[in-house]
Design a protein around this ligand. Structure first.
Ligand SMILES: C[S@@+](CC[C@H](N)C(=O)[O-])C[C@H]1O[C@@H](n2cnc3c(N)ncnc32)[C@H](O)[C@@H]1O
Length: 308
């Protein structure tokens, strides 16, 4: 499973992110991606770069440009920072195909994405407003954050910008994605440790604008004149729980370690770190085994939509 190693290389300080991204990668392989295409909410582009077949060198990771770690527990987005002097795109292999547009509302993340040369064009825009692209201009729209966006605005926009036989690929939550979050223990009992582990993640993932179950999303899709043409289970709930806890509370401490280690020292530590995590996490990268052998339920699904 080389792909787990790829994600661990990029997200080594946060192995739980490498794990959910490996699962997302596996699900996405089942879907066709044809240009012109849009990656909506693409962020720094690392996930889509690896998914498109790009490969990083061992000096690359997502921690090169991080700020405000002292405000981490107040909810600051520590990755919303770009300094070109601190950014080195150590790339082993570029993807064979480019994605036409990468859109995000955070300019700093798009600056990082530009360094990967994955997107033909990056667009700084709010995904809750009209998409600044012409009518019927796209074959594929990919969005793995639809459940934090305003679908009353976006679904009609998808209909407008898609070509007649174009596809939308979305990651949609199942009810267990919300129900199994550790934040519920804080909500129900006021347990402070649960709030610290959550660190504002619940509020940014489950915005309250939507419900988080299959029926709700199926109805929304139908009302927007789309039909589901393919769907793949994504993220066994055990993996979802691992992501929910993970090493998140340690992040400021890990960043201190990261900054103080440089050059060969950092390389050596990273190698031991990635090799160790690889052995442990490999066993959590077989969705079939987890669904059947461990009776895990999917926390999300990946779907393809076409106009009905
Ligand atoms: C969890 S990250 C996912 C990034 C990327 N798709 C990936 O898989 O790594 C969520 C991304 O959505 C972006 N985002 C959140 N709300 C947005 C909005 N209203 N308009 C555009 N982008 C938004 C954030 O800036 C961030 O880059």
């Amino acid at each position: 499973m080389d792909i787990l190693r790829e994600f661990l290389n990029a997200f080594w300080l946060r192995p739980e992110v490498a794990l959910i991204k490996t699962h997302e990668y596996l699900a996405l392989q089942e879907f066709e991606f044809t240009e012109p295409s849009l990656d909506l909410g693409c962020g720094d582009g690392i996930f889509s770069f690896i998914s498109a077949g790009g490969r990083f060198g061992s000096d690359f990771d997502m921690y090169q440009n991080v700020a405000l770690t002292e405000q981490f527990f107040q909810g600051a987005d520590v990755f919303d920072h770009f300094d070109p002097n601190q950014f080195k795109a150590d790339i082993r292999k570029y993807p064979e195909k480019k994605i036409t547009y990468g859109l995000d509302h955070k300019a700093s993340l798009l600056e990082k994405a530009k360094g990967l040369k994955l997107y033909e064009e990056t667009i700084v825009a709010d995904g809750n407003k009209a998409i600044p692209l012409p009518d019927q201009s796209l074959n594929t729209i990919f969005c793995n954050i639809i459940y934090v966006l305003d679908t009353d605005v976006l679904f009609p926009e998808f209909q407008r910008i898609l070509r007649r036989d174009g596809k939308v690929i979305l990651q949609l939550p199942e009810s267990s994605s919300e129900q199994s979050m550790v934040y519920h223990l804080y909500k129900e009992h006021g347990w402070e440790w649960a709030r610290l582990i959550d660190r504002n993640k619940y509020a940014t993932t489950f915005t309250g604008e939507h419900e988080y179950n299959r029926e709700y999303w199926d109805k929304k899709i139908e009302r927007a004149n789309f039909r589901i043409t393919k769907q793949v289970d994504l993220r066994p709930d055990l993996v979802h729980k691992m992501w929910d806890i993970g090493l998140r509370p340690l992040f400021p401490a890990l960043m201190e370690m990261y900054k103080r280690l440089a050059g060969e020292d950092r390389r050596e530590v990273k190698k031991v770190w990635v090799d160790t995590l690889y052995e442990v996490l490999l066993h959590f990268c077989e969705p079939e085994w987890m669904y059947e052998g461990m009776d895990s339920k999917p926390a999300y699904r990946m779907v393809a939509l076409e106009s009905s």
